[in-house]
Write a protein that binds this ligand. Structure first.
Ligand code: HCA
Ligand code: CU
Length: 396
């Protein structure tokens, strides 16, 4: 039976039945990092989920409850809109115990937004896979390396704690992954996130990827696992076994397409399958999930991998541009392969390019300037996701 003499496990102390909390003999004990941290990204990744849009008050309520639960970090993106900036400012005023991580593109102008908010901790993200470099960022590997250096230098020069996210790491050339990780470390990054952005890894693949980076750098690593094939929890656990020390999760696993590792599933699995005592109030988990669902009206069937509506539903504008160039940029398999459909949401997350391209498919041509005005308006009124368009890419 797992030792349960810690104060936060009161709810477990009250469960006297000895048949619970037994270490299964097939789950042999593994040497795990001493301190595993949980980063909740419901307010960032979660809000990238189709038809999930929070108000300022709702973001604050979620942050408070997640903090009371005991997550180590709460990630939020102040760059999305004025309204997100205000939410970030108010959440920072709450003096929570959790580290508040500002999620930004690896660009000085995004870092400036965080600095204006007196951020202490930032996460800079930039793709490093060739498919994303070519279709999303349209830069070379050399330019990507320069961006890592200039953004990390800029953030460090302003005294920030810096995580660098090597987006789409799992589809990047392993040598370039290692090179990028070393560059980020040498420039001063404090930790790295090594995400499986499209959910393409098996657990043993995740294990090898994390091992590879861990053997190359000394700074701590985060795992961020997408659920496109239903492996987000398994892959996060494999990443921890390989030496990562921080897991990204969201309430009920909501996120881009079908989402990422679920907070409740991962913290209970760490306890039940590994005997890891996190300093968290497990008894709040159901309330946390209920709070989320009182704010949004989503059908969790939509979040089923492969067959759910969200499996090929795209929300963010930058993803759309990459999709148009090459749909494999943000799809693990083509929707037709499983009889599903590609859908793109029109709304305040669409961005200038997204708005322009989507209106074009409806026969409305707007130039860049007009598209920018529309986006500014959609953000100002917090329009959220307004409608979706079935989006069949031109055959090439
Ligand atoms: C995205 C980016 C990201 C970033 C993860 C991280 C991913 O798709 O919008 O910062 O650790 O999955 O790569 O969510
Ligand atoms: Cu993600």
């Amino acid at each position: 039976m797992i030792n349960n003499n810690e104060s936060h496990t009161n709810n477990i102390n009250s469960i006297r039945n000895p048949n619970y909390f037994i270490m299964n003999p097939y789950n042999h004990i593994i040497d795990l990092p001493e301190k595993i941290r949980i980063l909740d990204t419901t307010l960032r990744e979660g809000e990238q989920a189709p038809f999930v849009n929070f108000s300022v008050e709702q973001r604050i309520m979620l942050a408070r409850l997640l903090d009371e639960f005991g997550v180590n970090a709460i990630e939020i993106s102040p760059i999305v809109s004025e309204n997100h900036r205000e939410s970030t400012r108010l959440i920072m005023n709450e003096s929570l115990n959790a580290e508040i991580v500002h999620h930004l593109r690896a660009l000085p102008r995004d870092i400036d937004i965080a600095l204006e908010l007196d951020a202490e901790s930032v996460a800079l993200f930039m793709s490093i896979s060739d498919i994303h470099l070519a279709n999303k960022l349209r830069i070379s590997r050399e330019e990507a390396v320069e961006r890592i250096i200039s953004s990390v230098e800029y953030a460090k020069a302003h005294g920030l704690t810096v995580r660098f996210t090597l987006e789409d790491a799992s589809r990047a050339d392993p040598e370039f992954l290692v090179h990028s990780a070393r560059i980020a470390e040498d420039t001063g990054a404090d930790r790295l996130s090594i995400p499986d952005t499209l959910g393409v890894l098996r657990p043993d693949g995740m294990y090898r990827m994390i091992r590879l980076v861990r053997d190359a750098v000394n700074i701590p690593l985060d795992v961020h696992c997408h659920n496109d094939l239903g492996l987000a929890l398994a892959n996060a656990l494999a990443g921890i076994e390989a030496g990562a020390t921080q897991i990204h999760a969201t309430i009920d696993g909501i996120g881009e397409r079908v989402g990422i590792t679920s907070l409740a599933e991962v913290v209970v699995s760490l306890y039940q399958l590994y005997g890891i005592h996190l300093d968290v109030k497990m008894e709040l988990l159901t309330r946390i999930s209920d709070l989320l669902h009182s704010f949004i009206n989503i059908d969790l069937k939509d979040f089923r991998p492969i067959v759910g509506r969200n499996a090929f539903r795209h929300k963010s504008g930058t993803h759309l541009l990459a999709l148009l160039n090459n749909p494999a940029s943000y799809e693990v398999i083509p929707p037709e392969f499983v009889g599903n459909r590609r859908r793109v949401l029109f709304g305040s997350f669409s961005g200038r390019n997204g708005v322009r391209i989507l209106l074009q498919t409806l026969g409305v041509n707007v130039d860049d300037e007009r598209a920018a005005q529309i986006v500014a308006y959609l953000k100002k009124v917090s329009a959220g996701d307004l409608f979706e368009i079935e989006y069949n890419l031109p055959t090439r």
